[in-house]
Design a protein around this ligand. Structure first.
Ligand code: GLN
Length: 479
């Protein structure tokens, strides 16, 4: 087996036994990047020199991530390493500080391979909205990797890092994980500090792991979770050892299957593979229970009002004064306008305009306030469902990866495809996507498992039981 195809757990064992060194592993990763990155285009910035130095210097302190090469989505501030959000407005922005999630990785001695491509400011579902490169799906390079964490998911699937961090506001970890055949976990809102994550929609954004296996997901979550004085929305709750539940029996666990998530227009192969996954879980002793999440049909509309409203406010800071791009003008207002005109791409502008409209006087009650009320109804749907079940299982996305360009000119079609992931963010609940099969065209598909607030343990446990009884996660794209 090639060193670059190791997962975190395997690499840890090999390093601890003295079979390989972090330097050998990191060199193997950069060789791999040299071979496939030209085709896949996962990275905005490759951190080769620093990474090799770090790897050579890595002592073996046996922290789970010591000497482990990881990639970070380029919307997380890394001190001294350019952080662009795949936007021209931050093209040359080098953060003077480190965000909390990545500082926790640093404390363990991880190796930063590079910063991965995303839809500009994480707005999108295909990574086509990047101002810099179009990332390709390693399973079929004519297709998108999903988004917005498409660079991270593609890099993991193509073995250009052992695992990565992504961020998920409406599905941006789970949907690209499903399109690329890897594991993506969005933790409960508040589980992981958002300090240093460039804000898109602050009430929804959450950082999480994208990994080759469920075990690796638990290993990374262990490290990045926990309360942080720098993020008042991070929860002051104990962090369990998420790996300790893996391997436990799922007998008797009740799995909700929401009838609203099996809809007309959904891809037949996706529907079939998810149904088979549910039967598999049943054969492992779980009990499927039909449930209803009756406000699902309003989720996309509510999300695209709330997320754009928050974005319009969060992105006001890019004004050419404090940091990032500045394009001079005849006066201050002109400078603001020139800067924002040149710095933001079309989708970001669309969202700022939509959000500003939804928040403006006279429209606030009709749009923003209504959407907040719908959000409460959606949360209550989950609350009621979780009185009866331990977790909820659904498809991650209604379709496998689509073609590059296929939806690029049709924002509404792009938004509608977020239907299965968005409610989970609105509710603040944790959700994971794990590989559950391949289409006849050899494209991966994902099963989503949703948990109660702060019960990542249950969804990891179920995911692990499923993963161990299948071998989808062992398949690799031919590159
Ligand atoms: N696709 C959704 C959007 O475009 C979600 C993006 C995300 O989770 N960052 O907003």
């Amino acid at each position: 087996m090639e060193l670059y195809s190791l997962n975190i757990q395997e690499a840890r064992t090999a390093i601890d036994k003295g079979e390989i060194t972090p330097a050998e592993l990191t060199e193997a990763i950069f060789k791999r990047i040299e071979t496939v990155e030209d085709i896949i285009q996962s990275f905005v910035t490759i951190n080769k020199e620093n990474a090799l130095l770090q790897a050579k210097a890595a002592g073996n302190n046996r922290h789970p991530l010591s000497g482990i090469p990881l990639a970070i989505k380029d919307n997380m501030c890394t001190k001294g390493v350019r952080t662009t959000c795949s936007s021209k407005i931050l093209e040359n922005f080098v953060p003077p500080y480190e965000g909390t999630a990545t500082s926790k990785l640093k404390e363990q001695g991880y190796i930063l391979i590079g910063k991965t491509n995303l839809d500009e400011f994480a707005m999108g579902s295909s990574t086509e909205n990047s101002a810099f490169v179009t990332t390709r799906n390693p399973w079929d390079i004519t297709r998108v990797p999903g988004g917005s964490s498409g660079g991270s998911a593609a890099a993991v699937a193509a073995d250009m890092c052992l695992a990565a961090l992504g961020s998920d506001t409406g599905g941006s970890i789970r949907q690209p994980a499903s399109f690329c055949g890897v594991v993506g976990l969005k933790p409960t809102y508040g589980r992981v500090s958002r300090y240093g994550l460039v804000a898109f929609a602050s009430s929804l954004d959450q950082i999480g792991p994208i990994t080759k296996t469920v075990k690796d997901s638990a290993i990374l979550l262990n490290v990045i979770s926990g309360h942080d004085a720098c993020d008042s929305t991070s929860a002051d709750l104990p962090v369990p050892d998420f790996t300790s539940v893996l391997g436990q029996d799922i007998k008797g666990m009740r799995l909700g299957v929401p009838k609203e998530y099996f809809i007309a227009g959904m891809d037949k192969e996706v529907e079939e593979s998810v149904k088979q996954a549910i039967s598999k879980l049943e054969s492992l002793g779980a009990i499927p229970v039909e449930i209803s999440l009756p406000h699902t049909e309003y989720a996309v509309a509510a999300y695209y009002i709330l997320a754009t409203s928050e974005a319009s406010s969060n992105l006001a800071r890019y004004d050419g004064v404090k940091y990032g791009l500045r394009v001079e003008g005849k006066d201050l207002i002109d400078m603001y306008m020139n800067t924002r005109e040149a710095g933001f791409g079309a989708e970001v502008k669309r969202r700022i305009i939509l959000g500003t409209y939804a928040l403006s006087s006279g429209y606030y009650d009709a749009y923003y306030k209504k959407a907040q009320q719908v959000r409460t109804l959606i949360m209550n749907d989950f609350g009621k469902a979780f009185e009866k079940v331990d977790a909820i299982v659904t498809p991650t996305a209604p379709n496998p990866a689509f073609k590059v360009g296929e939806k690029a000119d049709d924002p509404l079609q792009m938004y509608l495809a977020d239907i299965f992931t968005i409610s989970v963010n609105l509710a603040g609940a944790p959700g994971i996507s794990i590989p559950c099969g391949f289409t006849s065209q050899n494209l991966p598909m994902g099963l989503q498992i949703i948990g109660k607030h702060f019960d990542e343990e249950t969804i990891l446990k179920i995911s692990y039981a499923y993963e161990q009884s299948t071998d989808w996660h062992k398949r690799k794209p031919k590159l």
